[in-house]
Write a protein of this length. Structure first.
Length: 143
């Protein structure tokens, strides 16, 4: 792939801010011509459990950030996605086989959710959100 930013094509797992590699790999092929795109680590149960624990730890830090701090981080992420939309669309097209124009649209659409949550992060007032179904309760352990 001819990418402007080669760092976007990563063949490692990203866990707790670190790139993780394994000897056991999974091959990823282009569905259009069945050529090898790359190799990704085949994570086992222990790796996944470790990633979940690291995510729980990261959440403890995240929930202590102010709404403004969260909004800024999310907005930066959104802006980086749009800045790199051509490379990301090429990666998506190569991996999934969808037309490039659809890949661009899908990435922009996904980024719009991050933008929305960035804006909402500034408006969290501690209100209780009702469950979507009668006789159900939201799990407060998520927060």
């Amino acid at each position: 792939m001819n990418l402007k930013n080669q760092n976007l094509f990563c063949q490692s797992a990203f866990i707790n801010g670190n790139l993780i590699d394994k000897k056991d790999k999974i091959s990823v092929f282009n569905p259009a011509d069945e050529s090898l795109i790359g190799m990704i680590p085949n994570l086992d149960e222990k790796d996944v459990a470790d990633a979940i624990e690291k995510a729980k730890t990261a959440f403890e830090k995240w929930k202590k950030l102010t709404g403004k701090e969260r909004a800024k981080l999310l907005r930066n992420w959104h802006d980086l996605i749009l800045k790199n939309i051509e490379d990301l669309a090429l990666i998506l097209t190569t991996e999934q086989g969808k037309p490039l124009v659809e890949a661009r649209g899908e990435i922009a659409y996904g980024a719009s959710f991050i933008e929305w949550f960035a804006e909402e992060a500034k408006r969290i007032y501690g209100d209780v959100i009702l469950a979507p179904k009668a006789n159900h309760q939201q799990d407060d352990k998520l927060y």
